[in-house]
Write a protein that binds this ligand. Sequence first.
Ligand code: F6P
Length: 327
Amino acid sequence: MSDIKKIGVFTSGGDAPGMNACLRAVVRKAISSNLEVVGILRGYQGMIEADFIELDSESVSNIIQKGGTVLKSARSNEFRTPEGREKAAKNLRDQGIEGLIAIGGDGTLAGAAVFYNEHKIPVVGCPGTIDNDLFGTDETIGFDTALNTAIENIDKIRDTADAHDRLFLVEVMGRDAGFIALHSGIGGGAEVVMIPETLTDLEDAKTSIHALMSRQHRSSIIVIAEGDEIGGATDIAKMMREDVRFDDIDLRVCILGHTQRGGSPSARDRVLATRLGVAAVEALIGGHANVMVGIINNVVKLTPSKNVWSRKKSINYELWGLTQLLS
Ligand code: F6P
């Protein structure tokens, strides 16, 4: 057990729906455990600039349903330097902050580990990113909402694709990972899915699309992860347009982009975020440092932060098999 009396909480990196629900759980659990809570605005940059606000139970009312993050987010270059981290540590100590809860993705948790090693301020991470690419949890906060947004849009694109007998290349987020593409491809009934975890072969894609067209299936959707190893949807469209065998196909590109990061969190994300927020405070109180809380097989687990970004989370290859089988 630790004797921490005051903690800081912040969100950092790309925002994700459910970050506010997580913050609310952190604040209320901390207060019910007799801890004071300070909100750090704009992530690590706010730590360096001492941009702090006191948080109480009321300050997190009416935020569980909101997308974005009320604490704001930023990517801080200064925090990448030892001098920046020194300033941040001094500000935290001046404020009496003895432990931190970091809500964010791999960059956020990597920063937290470096900070802990240098300054020994305990940090517990909560996985918050739509990409779902963090080892140590089955799902990250924001993934389910982003997935639903992607599927809603794929459904709409299918209507217009069908009306015009077109092939649509739909690009979803995932800089280094294909979780959103794979799951939205299955949920949206995509004819082909392209993700960085598997080799993308345009010859195979052509064969599938031509086979479908010969069966009077005139419109198709290819879902592409932005980080696919042969390029995003714009690059792949260029390759297809320059290829004679795609000449007869009317092709369009739709990039869903940051729409996937916004919106009210789904029920699943709110519940996940709430469980993880409470678990993070319990971990800090229990004396843990340099760990991330996650949920694996519906049980809360702690994973050493270094494993979170050094070990790659695998996609579900059974799902990948389904994309091959069902198109
Ligand atoms: O949050 C992760 C992510 O959604 C990636 O999939 C994407 O490449 C990136 O954020 C874009 O973030 P930004 O535009 O904020 O730099």
